[in-house]
Design a protein around this ligand. Structure first.
Ligand code: PRP
Ligand code: URA
Length: 212
């Protein structure tokens, strides 16, 4: 793989390919789209947490004491509004006690830069495992801005989970935030002149919420 993509982990699995196909299909309705996003998020979560740090504890079975484990760090899932919301449940199925923050971004019509219109996360993000979730990594403008906003509030350990990534977005995150690893279910070809991913799946927010 291109050296510039070293920060990108493609999750290669038959069930990922099957669900991505459902998302790409223009005839997939909103309900089916949402459930495929959720299943994919679930698979991504399992793969992404493979390096999660654990602390050893003792657990009492009905028969004797034995070694057990608990998470060493708190996990915070942070969806980028709106489309990121569709990925939250898939992650919570894997770590039900994770906290959930929210970041709302919109593009300033004059500067074309992403502006934060909503922000709410746990006050303390230091030494937490922060998982930023957004199905689409296109130009990387939203992802990079969301990471900057989290870092400004103290986040020092961020992973970006997406469904479909474009090379442009991966490069942008790599340049702006080389410390952030990206996990994705598909690496697509390029962006069109409107910033949509090709072949892509269209507008993830509109397809998730039926606002086409
Ligand atoms: C989509 C997507 C990302 C962003 C990706 O959101 O969910 O947040 O675009 O594009 P970028 O990498 O070029 O920044 P959108 O702005 O369509 O908002 P929505 O989720 O409210 O539909
Ligand atoms: N946002 C989307 O929802 N889809 C794209 O292809 C690019 C940005």
């Amino acid at each position: 793989m291109n050296k510039a993509f070293m920060n990108f982990n493609l999750i290669d699995h038959p069930l990922v390919k099957r669900n991505i196909t459902i998302l790409r299909d223009v005839n997939t309705n909103c309900e089916t789209f949402r459930s495929a996003i959720s299943r994919l998020s679930n698979i991504i979560a399992v793969k992404l947490f493979v390096d999660l740090k654990l602390t050893e504890i003792e657990v009492q079975t009905p028969l004797e004491k034995t070694k057990g484990f608990k998470l060493a760090q708190e996990v915070v899932i942070v969806p980028v509004l709106r489309a990121g919301l569709g990925m939250v449940n898939g992650f919570l199925q894997v770590i039900p006690d994770a906290k959930v923050g929210h970041i709302g971004l919109e593009r300033d019509e004059e500067t074309l830069k992403p502006v934060e219109y909503y922000y709410k996360t746990p006050a303390n993000l230091i030494r937490h495992e922060i998982i930023l979730v957004d199905p689409m990594l296109a130009t990387g403008g939203s992802g990079s801005a969301a990471i900057s906003f989290l870092k400004k509030r103290g986040a020092d350990n961020i992973i970006f989970a997406c469904i479909v990534a474009a090379p442009e977005g991966i490069n942008k995150i790599n340049e702006d935030h080389p410390d952030v690893k990206i996990f994705g279910a598909a690496l697509d070809r390029e962006l069109n002149d409107k910033g949509y991913i090709l072949p892509g799946l269209g507008d993830a927010g509109d397809r998730t919420f039926g606002t086409l």
